[in-house]
Design a protein around this ligand. Structure first.
Ligand SMILES: [Zn+2]
Length: 1094
């Protein structure tokens, strides 16, 4: 099809566009079994029919009832509304924001209260020790300042900010219950043995309590608030009590920012030495130096920390920051929802910071890519590398090229330029985009990336209007939109041949463990119906994807399921050392043609291996076989490997058990994250060359070496799922839900992504699940709508404010139907010569996404402690630079945070405390490797909730309220024992039940008469016919529908053993593995900053 020369009345690209089937899945709230159908794109410029609203003619999918509806298990009454990660809707409606900062200064004893008695040995339990900064808090209108007094607070005369009354039980036995003592925390000394102070220093102890009065509720702050006034929610209330202790420097309002004042005295001299151990490393290893490392004391758990050194004299009762006076994630999220959730985000203006990922908003593409595709750490980048180095703010973009969109937003238009293919700059090869400048009456265009002047081909010529704009600009997506697709010509295809549709190969472990757990039977049963839901495109009646089947233990069994056969045929390959594919014809088949044979096969597999005694498995040969099969079929595709055990059978890629927890906190800890054999990287490379993406479903009963097994999925753009100790009865819902979603999701195959930038900056580093054989091309055997690639940029020249900076991400891929396409995303950023402009336009959620990925890659090559220290130092440098250059003059001891980074400390602390960087005793080596690779591909919304979980009170608002309850801060002191809470982080879902919950509530929700009869660890709530039960189950369904993986529910009772697990997610508290509380970390960060400034 040729390009229209002149803008026709009918939009030139209004042709029906292929659409991804499969978008209908649960990710958007799991419209139950919606047949969601490929809907042709609307004509450009015309009203865009929300894609997938109209069922396509001829699509034979039945609604949920037939077969496995997409993630049907995750759907419920509430499931229809939310649509995925793009917003949590009304989830956290707290009191309106603006008021937050209006609280009057309150002061509070600071620091882990119970510490005082044990200061002599704080190092072990109190990573930060009693913070030297005794601080008091003042909160002010525009900014918040936390000012401190040097003088020790008066002795406590009551409860601290901790829970007084109703927590009697809590302070007595809840937080301090013997549970902690029995917790197998290797690094901590036994608790509760004559060290009362060794108790988790949260709330319960009364250090200086008298000095604190609840600012809002007018009463003492009680963790067990049953009323609507949570501490975290109290902002809306009238300013109440005044602080009993006036901060030494009078409160100053220094907007925008948060300020914390420490003692005016000189900081302790302990940070003076440069940290020697930290090595500069090359791309691929632990990243570039982030400047001098201030040697901050010692690792969290461990040796002396600053608190124990020059800190206050031991008998000083530590004072404590008021948790309500430090920046609250809940409030920031709420503010953004209120301020930005109602208006569409229009992308026409350069350098706009989009709403937060937690805000539900609609995007209108007017020339820049939607934040659903690209989010940046800053939308205003320094003009010079010197400025950038000074600020230490990483310049990075988190790119999700195939992101799913909510129904009200249109998928990118596909532009077909016919045989000439997409128009590009001759020099830098950038694709035509809205920022290209047409000159000489439209006969030429100047490249916005490299400034090269190019001729406009005759068939693309168009006149310019009086502003120099092409008159057809608004009729062409590539001239007016931030995101669009081009149909690729044969030049963009491997071997200069158009691709043939991809194939899926299911590779099923049939060893003893897999059979015995019921996995094989369950899987085969599911596949019979799931195969009807393979991704489709463009209103096709059936998927173009072909399927094949392999089973294996120590040997591989291939199946011929050719449609002409009456029965499937098995072919065994026992020479796993030299894998070959024993059949071509009949291995990869069309589902509808071979349905009878496939069904017969899936019926037979469980029977054939029912009595197997074979316990050993191979792994690398399985992937090799799948890859060879795709190669023989000359197509790209995906392997779905279902695997149970460490592959110890004699074969390439054989592994040994090398799990060794003793390596934790040693220099060799990194080996736990590294693959034990190079064979898998080699294999992955071959897979990438073939466009063979590998998704791995693991069902381990013990160590399987996830670090090694996940190498191929990681490098091929695949996914890893892990179901430890899989039992059909407990885990089938989660597994099947994940499987359905995974099989149905749209994938781009055999993809290459390139990020081009305008002169002055360039992409230097990449994070994600992919392979790179050179420094610029990100190769992805497969890329789905969940996967992101984080790209870091560095200056290589000066930028200027007028031109700004441009990014263009081009993804070349093969669609599910075998069409070769290019997806283009463009984004223009501002450039600045003032640091203040940088700090005004940052996005902390994206910074955290980058920093987490940076750190999680760092553990492959550096000691974990070094990685943590690097993060802290970088964060301190970022904030110190702001303090020095941007904040209003103020007392040297004040902590002043930029408004848009005020959550950086709390979020960073969550990263530092995560399983990978500071594992608790219950976290296995496999868990850490698993989480590490998961985070690597997460988008900003996912890392946000993963590191700072959502905690929703269920019984505080009236039952009739149908909106999601407002979230509360992730801290134990926000829990009231008379209530029930849901906590989710995208992977885990807990229902916490307070010990004093009313019996009626217990009955309504659990169907039992009393708290004691609730089964701890329950994973399914009974279906009861009452409002509360329906509401809670609906909410659970809705949360699940928003996440890319099914979250299994775990019911946790207060004071039950499982609570330990749950508390790990209360990330504002000190963690059992030694992670600092938010308050302590903020003080520590303050200290680091002062160190840098002095
Ligand atoms: Zn160019």
């Amino acid at each position: 099809m040729n390009v229209n020369q002149s803008a026709p009345p009918v939009p030139p690209f209004g042709q029906p566009q292929p659409v991804y089937a499969g978008y209908h899945q649960s990710s958007y709230g799991g419209q139950p079994g919606s047949t969601a159908a490929p809907t042709p794109y609307g004509a450009y410029n015309g009203p865009v029919p929300g894609y997938q609203q109209t069922p396509p003619p001829g699509v034979s999918r039945a609604p949920a009832s037939s077969g496995p509806p997409p993630a049907s298990t995750a759907q419920g009454p509430c499931g229809q509304t939310a649509y995925g990660q793009f917003g949590q809707g009304d989830v956290q409606n707290g009191p309106s924001s603006g008021v937050q900062m209006q609280r009057l200064p309150g002061s509070q004893p600071f620091a882990s209260a119970p510490l005082a008695p044990v200061v002599s040995q704080p190092a072990v339990l109190q990573p930060y020790g009693p913070p030297p900064t005794s601080a008091q808090v003042t909160a002010q209108l525009a900014g918040m300042q936390i000012s401190g007094a040097v003088a020790p607070a008066p002795p406590a005369s009551g409860l601290g900010y901790g829970p007084p009354t109703s927590l009697a039980s809590a302070s007595g036995s809840f937080p301090n219950s013997g549970l902690y003592g029995s917790y197998p925390q290797g690094q901590a000394p036994p608790l509760g043995q004559g060290h009362p102070g060794a108790q988790p220093p949260q709330r319960s102890v009364p250090p200086q309590a008298s000095s604190f009065t609840s600012p809002a509720s007018g009463g003492p702050r009680m963790p067990s608030m049953t009323g609507p006034l949570l501490p975290g929610q109290s902002f809306g209330g009238p300013p109440v009590s005044q602080p009993n202790h006036v901060s030494s420097p009078p409160p100053q309002a220094l907007p925008p920012g948060t300020q914390m004042t420490g003692p005016p005295g000189p900081p302790p001299p302990m940070h003076s030495s440069q940290q020697p151990g930290y090595q500069l490393q090359q791309n691929g290893t632990f990243g570039p130096a982030r400047g001098p490392q201030s040697n901050y004391g010692s690792p969290y758990p461990g040796a002396a920390t600053f608190g124990s050194q020059p800190g206050p004299p031991q008998p000083l009762p530590p004072k404590r920051l008021d948790p309500d006076a430090i920046p609250s994630p809940i409030q920031v999220i709420e503010d953004d929802r209120n301020n930005r959730g109602s208006e569409p985000f229009v992308t026409g203006v350069r350098g706009q910071v989009p709403p937060l990922v937690t805000t539900n908003f609609v995007v209108k593409d007017q020339g820049n890519a939607s934040p659903r595709y690209i989010r940046c750490t800053s939308y205003n980048i320094p003009c010079t590398s010197d400025m950038a180095k000074q600020a230490q703010v990483p310049l990075a973009a988190v790119i999700k090229p195939l992101a799913r969109l909510p129904p009200e937003e249109a998928s990118p238009y596909v532009v077909d330029h016919g045989e000439s293919g997409p128009l590009r700059c001759n020099r830098c090869k950038a694709y035509m985009c809205p920022f290209m400048q047409f000159v000489e009456g439209g006969r030429r265009f100047q490249c916005c990336f490299c400034s090269c002047i190019n001729d406009v081909p005759p068939q693309y010529f168009q006149h310019l209007d009086h502003t120099g704009k092409r008159v057809d600009a608004y009729d062409r997506p590539e001239l007016s939109l931030g995101s669009y697709e081009f149909l690729a010509t044969v030049d963009y295809c491997k071997n200069n041949k158009f691709p043939i549709p991809p194939a899926f190969i299911f590779m099923i472990d049939v060893s003893y463990n897999a059979v015995r757990s019921g996995l094989v039977r369950l899987l085969c049963e599911e596949l019979k119906s799931l195969l009807d839901f393979l991704p489709r495109e463009g209103g096709a009646e059936e998927s173009a994807i072909r399927v094949g089947f392999v089973t294996y233990n120590k040997v591989l069994h291939f199946y011929n399921v050719k449609s002409s056969l009456a029965q499937p045929q098995m072919m065994v390959v026992s020479d796993v050392g030299d894998m070959f594919v024993p059949l071509l014809d009949g291995f990869l088949v069309n589902v509808s043609e071979s349905r009878a044979v496939i069904t017969s096969l899936l019926d037979q597999i469980p029977e054939m291996f029912a009595d197997t005694r074979e316990t050993e498995t191979v792994f690398a040969p399985v992937i090799q076989a799948g890859m060879e099969a795709l190669k023989a079929a000359e197509c790209a595709g995906k392997l779905f490997v279902f695997h149970t055990s460490l592959p110890i059978a004699e074969a390439p890629g054989k592994l040994k058990n090398r799990d060794d927890r003793k390596l934790i906190n040693t220099d060799k800890e990194k080996t736990l994250f590294q693959p034990q054999s190079g064979a898998y990287q080699t294999l992955a490379k071959e897979c990438v060359a073939q466009g063979c993406c590998v998704d791995l479903f693991l069902f381990p009963n013990q160590y399987v070496d996830v670090a090694t097994l996940s190498v191929v999925p990681q490098l091929t753009g695949g996914s890893v799922y892990k179901y430890a100790c899989f039992q059909v009865e407990n885990d089938q819902e989660r597994f099947l839900s994940d499987l359905r979603r995974d099989v149905q999701k749209v994938v781009g195959f055999d993809a290459v992504m390139r990020v081009r930038t305008s002169t002055g900056i360039r992409a230097v580093d990449f994070f994600g699940a992919f392979y790179m054989s050179n420094t610029t091309d990100v190769e992805l055997a497969g890329l789905d709508g969940d996967k992101t690639v984080t790209v870091e940029f560095k200056h290589d020249d000066r930028l200027n404010e007028e031109n700004g900076a441009l990014l263009q991400c081009a993804l070349l891929y093969t669609s599910c139907a075998g069409q070769r396409r290019l997806r283009i995303h463009n984004l223009a950023l501002n450039c600045c010569t003032q640091l203040a402009d940088l700090y005004r336009n940052c996005e902390t959620d994206t910074l955290i996404n980058y920093m987490a990925k940076f750190a999680y890659r760092g553990v492959l090559s550096s000691p974990v402690k070094t990685v943590r220290d690097t993060l802290i130092t970088q964060c301190a440098q970022i904030l110190a630079c702001y303090r020095k250059n941007c904040a209003s003059p103020s007392s040297a001891g004040q902590l002043i945070l930029p408004e848009c980074m005020k959550l950086l400390p709390v979020y960073l602390n969550c990263v530092l405390k995560s399983e990978v960087l500071q594992p608790g005793a219950e976290v296995t080596t496999d868990d850490r490797a698993y989480v590490r690779q998961l985070v690597t591909s997460m988008d900003v919304a996912e890392t946000n909730v993963f590191f700072y979980p959502r905690l929703l009170p269920l019984t505080k608002s009236p039952i009739e309220n149908t909106t999601e309850p407002p979230a509360v801060r992730a801290s134990e002191e926000r829990l009231s024992n008379g209530d029930i809470y849901l906590l989710e982080n995208g992977l885990n879902l807990f229902l916490w039940v307070g010990a004093s919950v009313q019996q009626g509530v217990v009955q309504s929700l659990f169907g039992v008469p009393s708290f004691s009869q609730i089964t701890s660890g329950l994973s399914v709530l009974p279906v009861l016919d009452n409002l509360l039960s329906k509401k809670v189950r609906g909410l659970i369904d809705s949360l699940r529908a928003q996440r890319s993986r099914y979250m299994k529910l775990i019911v946790v009772k207060q004071e039950d053993k499982l609570e330990m697990l749950f508390k790990h997610f209360l990330v504002e508290d000190k963690s059992l593995s030694g992670g600092a509380s938010y308050v302590d970390f903020l003080c520590h960060m303050h200290k680091e900053i002062r160190q840098l400034l002095s």
